[in-house]
Design a protein around this ligand. Structure first.
Ligand code: HEC
Ligand code: HEC
Length: 325
């Protein structure tokens, strides 16, 4: 009997060691970087700029942000240089720093290496990226848009910042290796079909990455766009994402197209200035200062797409002050 247990335990230990070795050495397995040469045109740079600065928010996340001000504008000296911290205090499994996207850091990366990082979540040295970087969404969109973004990144002013290394806690430091995926580019941007165009834009903007509630690090089935993902600010205040499904009571079903667009555009008004928070005001994680520059037609297309979603009843308290104890 004793011998049987000894054998059983050895088998289990071997299996566990085997799995850990596999996950930590053989994964992530998304293949070598492709051999790509991007032929840059002026139209492409313009498109890349619009996507990287506005729709996809690359530069926003890859700069340090000032959350003492409303909606966390970027600190201009940090533009593109990375170093924004997504921390354990915010409820994440480790301390994750965004990286420098300017030629200072990516200058010696090939186009294929940058493309693989953006769309599959694997860095130049082969390590897996934590999916706060929305690579699953970017892997769905058209290759030519990713190429346009890469072309634009090459034109950024070099920023000499070297962000700290990301440190993930056990077991996320192993699990992260199972998350990268080969890009499928399953979506086509179709300007003639407003709804399809809107779906494409919500994907390349990764709206659902924030507007879907999570439980134990996984998106909850059937709740895409139903809101409720929670962000905790360092001062303890809480902000939750809104329900973007067309439910009339708890979602945006009562917004007209015009109301929807003007919610974004009101911050683009030239009278609007970056402002301090009012006393007692809870800050917002919604990148209003980024999306306010989206083209009106693009915002209208997003609205049309959201209105085709199945309404989900999900009441959300968007802003919550830290409870005084
Ligand atoms: C929500 C925030 C966020 C957005 C939006 C975002 N990123 Fe990232 N990105 C990150 C974080 C955080 C990391 C580092 C992840 C890690 O260390 O595991 C990262 C890593 C990367 C890397 C790998 C760099 C390296 O040195 O390994 C590249 C390249 C990159 N992002 C490019 C982009 C581009 C291009 C876009 C827009 C299309 C973008 N990111 C949008 C947060 C973001
Ligand atoms: C970084 C996370 C994040 C991303 C990305 C994001 N949102 Fe939000 N959004 C929020 C949060 C948090 C709120 C609630 C706070 C607020 O209204 O300011 C919100 C609120 C909103 C509201 C207001 C709804 C209401 O009932 O007042 C709209 C509309 C909206 N988001 C649309 C979008 C769209 C469209 C996208 C993609 C283009 C998007 N969001 C991407 C975090 C995000």
């Amino acid at each position: 009997m004793k011998k049987f247990f000894l054998i059983l335990i050895s088998v289990i230990v071997l299996a566990v060691v085997g799995i850990i070795t596999y996950v930590s050495t053989a994964l992530p397995n998304v293949g070598e970087p492709e051999n790509i040469t991007i032929d840059v045109t002026p139209q492409m740079l313009e498109r890349g700029k619009y996507l990287a600065e506005t729709v996809s928010g690359c530069i926003d996340c890859h700069s340090k942000r000032d959350f003492s001000k409303w909606a966390g504008p970027i600190k201009s000296e940090s533009k593109g240089g990375g170093g924004e911290l997504f921390s354990e205090d915010m409820g994440l499994p480790g301390n994750i720093y965004s990286k420098n996207l300017t030629p200072f850091a990516l200058g010696d990366w090939t186009d294929g290496e940058i493309y693989r990082a953006i769309t599959s979540g694997v860095s130049k040295d082969g390590h897996a990226l934590f999916p706060i970087m929305p690579y699953h969404s970017y892997g769905k969109v058209e290759k030519k848009d990713i190429f346009a973004i890469i072309a634009y990144l090459r034109t950024l002013e070099p920023n000499k910042n070297t962000p700290p290394k990301t440190e993930l806690n056990i077991p996320m430091n192993l699990i992260v290796n199972t998350i990268p995926q080969k890009a499928e580019h399953s979506l086509k941007d179709n300007y003639d079909d407003k709804v399809k165009h809107g779906e494409y834009l919500t994907t390349i903007a990764a709206c659902a990455d924030c507007h879907t509630p999570m439980e134990k690090g996984e998106y909850i089935e059937g709740m895409k766009f139903a809101g409720g993902m929670e962000f905790k600010f360092p001062n303890g205040d809480i902000n939750r994402t809104a329900n973007l499904t067309p439910d009339k009571k708890t979602g945006i079903g009562n917004f007209s197209e015009e109301q929807f667009v003007s919610k974004f555009k009101s911050y683009a008004d030239s009278n609007y200035v970056i402002r301090d928070l009012d006393a007692g005001e809870v800050n917002t994680m919604m990148p209003w200062l980024v999306y306010r520059n989206m083209k009106e037609d693009d915002l209208k297309a997003i609205y049309s797409y959201l209105m085709t979603l199945k309404p989900v009843k999900n009441e959300i308290k968007l802003f919550e002050k830290k409870k005084e104890s």
